[in-house]
Design a protein. Structure first.
Length: 329
C-alpha cells in the first residue's frame, strides 16, 4: 500500500432535483439531459413513474421512455438494468419518491402485523431493498438525473406588486434519510422554477441560484465531468490458480458453501454484539428488538442473497446503535 497523487478522473453525473409540485423538476431534468446527450451525440432514456408526465414534453425534447405501471423497487431496478443493457448513457428517473413510498408502506404493514407494533424490525427487513435501489443508481454506467418530490407547506410571502400572497414551499425530499449524500449535485427547485444548488462536488455552482436551468447547465456539467483524467484499465488476466489446471498435487478450491457459512457466522456474531451493547448495564436495544433481530436472522437463507441481507441488517443496526448512543451521551 502506498499513497499517490490524487487525480480527478472522468465521472458519470449523479444529480437529484427536488421540490414541490409545479416547481419544474421534470422539465428541468429533461432539458439538462438533452444538453448532455447532445454533447455525447446520443439519445437519452426516461424512467417515468409520474403517469406519463415526462411524455407531455416529447414534442419539444426527443427521448425514449419506460412508463412504469408498477412502482416497486424491483421494477425500478429492472428498468435501470434494461436501460444499461440497451446502452443509454444518459438516464432520467422521474421520480424516486414512489420507491420510498413502497418501502414505508411495507414497514407500516409489517409493523401492524407484529405484536410490538414498532417499526424497528420492519426497517431492518426493508432496509436491504433501499440499499440495493441506491446501489443500482450509483452503479449505473452512465449519467443519471433523478427527481424527488418534496413535502409541501404554504407560507405567506410578497408577490411582484408587494402584496402578501400564499406561496408553496418545498421541504425535505420524499426519500430515505441521508439520500443527499448519494448524489454529486443537489438542486432544490422553487415555484418560480429556480434551482438552489445545495450540494455541488464540481465546486462551480455551490450555493448559486440558477434561473430555469436547462440545456446549457447540462452542457456545463458535462464539460466539467469529462475534463478529468481518463481511467485506463488493463485487460483482466486470470489469476494463476485459475489459469493452471489442477494436478493431483494441487489442493482443491475452498468449498464455497463452507466459506459462506463461515462468513455468515462471523456477521451474525457481529450483529449479536451490536444488539447486546449496553452502557452502565442498560442495553441500547430492548429485549423485543433483540428477539426480532434473531427472528430475522433465522429467516435468512444461507446463500449469497442471504449474506447481503445479513450485511444490510448489520449496517442498519450499527447505524441505529450509533444514533442511540449519541442520544444517550
Amino acid at each position: 500500500m502506498a499513497f499517490v497523487k490524487a487525480e480527478r478522473t472522468n465521472l458519470y453525473l449523479r444529480c437529484a432535483l427536488f421540490g414541490p409540485s409545479g416547481s419544474g423538476k421534470t422539465m428541468t431534468a429533461l432539458r439538462m439531459a438533452k444538453g448532455i446527450a447532445g454533447k455525447m451525440n446520443t439519445t437519452f432514456a426516461v424512467i417515468d413513474t409520474e403517469a406519463g408526465s415526462a411524455s407531455k414534453y416529447a414534442d419539444r425534447i426527443p427521448f425514449e421512455v419506460d412508463d412504469l405501471d408498477k412502482k416497486t423497487v424491483e421494477h425500478y431496478i429492472a428498468s435501470m438494468n434494461e436501460a444499461a443493457k440497451a446502452g443509454y448513457k444518459v438516464l432520467v428517473i422521474d421520480s424516486l419518491s414512489h420507491a420510498w413510498r413502497e418501502l414505508t408502506d411495507e414497514v407500516d404493514r409489517i409493523a401492524e402485523r407484529s405484536v410490538s407494533k414498532n417499526t424497528f424490525s420492519p426497517w431492518a427487513k426493508v432496509n436491504p431493498k433501499q440499499k440495493r435501489f441506491i446501489d443500482t443508481i450509483l452503479g449505473y454506467p452512465g449519467h443519471v438525473i433523478a427527481t424527488m418530490r418534496s413535502k409541501t407547506e404554504w407560507v405567506i410571502g410578497k408577490d411582484i406588486d408587494g402584496k402578501f400572497a400564499p406561496e408553496k414551499m418545498g421541504l425535505a425530499p420524499e426519500q430515505g434519510k441521508g439520500i443527499e449524500y448519494e448524489f454529486d449535485l443537489l438542486l432544490e427547485m422553487d415555484q418560480k422554477h429556480r434551482a438552489a444548488v445545495t450540494k455541488d462536488r464540481t465546486g462551480k455552482f455551490q450555493d448559486e441560484t440558477i434561473d430555469r436551468p436547462g440545456e446549457d447547465f447540462g452542457i456545463a456539467l458535462y464539460d466539467w465531468l469529462i475534463s478529468g483524467t481518463e481511467v485506463k484499465r488493463e485487460p483482466a488476466t486470470a489469476p494463476e490458480s485459475v489459469s493452471k489446471p489442477l494436478t493431483k498435487n494441487t489442493a482443491p478450491p475452498e468449498n464455497g458453501e463452507a466459506l459462506l457459512k463461515e462468513r455468515s457466522t462471523a456477521v451474525i456474531k457481529e450483529i449479536g454484539d451490536i444488539v447486546t451493547a449496553c452502557e452502565n448495564g442498560t442495553g441500547y436495544f430492548s429485549e423485543d428488538e433483540r428477539n426480532e433481530a434473531r427472528e430475522l436472522i433465522r429467516a435468512t437463507k444461507l446463500n449469497e442473497e442471504g449474506m447481503k441481507e445479513l450485511l444490510a441488517l448489520k449496517e442498519f443496526l450499527a447505524e441505529e446503535l450509533a444514533k442511540r448512543s449519541e442520544r444517550a451521551a
